[in-house]
Design a protein around this ligand. Structure first.
Ligand code: ZN
Length: 310
């Protein structure tokens, strides 16, 4: 059996970030505006270190480069996924991401971005923005130019356990009081449409309204998908989404469970409770990769994980 790859988070301070991840996950965060913990990332802006074992101290990008066999010899220059915990103390900007084709043409061959969110915790009156109400591109342009954001945006109430898939071209924003886990394509290309007129450090952050007008799906078509739960010995499994870039599921472990890792690699993020995986203690906030050929993992305890694989 190959060894599991435990990773150290990389923290990112953001104008909208907070300090909840300190108590919630027991993380040693750098300050009171820590917006993101990149927990499974080989991105140059936050390349996770391997915490222990044969590759301790190496980065995930190094492992991807030098030991592709651990990832089922998956293709691609870069590790394909990025997993983050996000603590939004304030609203995030209204944004949209391009698809692979647009990013390739307009962003020097970069990747587009599909992402998804599972809500871990939120204020009782929290909401989120997914989609918009413009009937056509002309109406969208007008609503944006006239700053009629309340008319334009689709605001939805949220609760812990809600899940959203955000395909490219979907207008979206995480809003204040929300703690969530995001699984996404490994890309940072974001077109910011509106930033509430904020002036962090005395000047506004750059907007990209022209690109946004190019890539926003119009009219918006809702595609929320169906989730399904299966009950197995020792765990419940909830299917959340499958798209060309990733498949995401949630497992609620109760007692003793055996899970077969038969994918090129399996990303495991512990979102609640504590227990062990093959004798290694895990708790809320632990993130690891079970490599190719890992076989059957023995999970014990009372905890929940979100898994992702390509
Ligand atoms: Zn986004």
């Amino acid at each position: 059996m190959r060894e599991m790859i435990r990773l150290e988070p990389v923290f990112q301070e953001m104008v909208w970030g907070g300090n909840r991840m300190k108590d919630y996950f027991g993380y040693n965060i750098p300050g009171d505006d820590t917006g993101e913990a990149w927990v499974v990332s080989a991105h140059p802006q936050g390349d996770c270190r391997i915490a222990e074992g044969s590759f301790a101290g190496k980065s995930l990008s190094w492992l991807w480069e030098n030991h592709r066999e651990l990832f089922g010899d998956a293709q691609g220059r870069e590790f394909p996924l990025l997993v983050k915990f996000i603590d939004a103390k304030e609203d995030l900007s209204i944004q949209v991401h391009p698809d692979d084709a647009y990013a390739k043409e307009h962003e020097n061959g970069a990747r587009g971005k599909t992402e998804c969110w599972y809500i871990l915790d939120c204020a009782h009156d929290a909401d989120i923005i997914v989609g918009h109400r413009a009937k056509n591109r002309e109406e969208m342009r007008q609503l944006m130019e006239e700053n009629r954001w309340e008319e334009f945006l689709k605001v939805r109430p949220i609760h812990p356990g809600d899940f959203f898939q955000i395909p490219p071209g979907t207008v979206h924003a995480i809003r204040k009081g929300t703690l969530l886990i995001e699984i996404q394509q490994n890309s940072a290309i974001t077109y910011r449409m509106y930033d509430y007129g904020r002036m962090p450090g005395g000047k506004p952050r750059q907007l990209h309204q022209k690109q946004a007008l190019d890539v926003v799906q119009c009219p918006y078509e809702e595609d929320m998908g169906e989730r399904s739960v299966t009950h197995e010995a020792g765990y419940d499994k909830t299917f959340l989404v499958a798209c060309p870039f990733y498949t995401v599921e949630k497992y609620d472990i109760r007692g003793t469970a055996k899970i077969n890792q038969n994918h090129p690699f399996l990303i495991v993020s512990v979102i609640d409770g504590e227990g062990s995986i093959d004798g290694c203690a895990v708790k809320k906030g632990c993130c690891l990769i079970l490599p190719d050929g890992y076989g059957t993992a023995d999970l014990q305890g009372d905890f929940s994980i979100i898994t992702a694989h390509i």
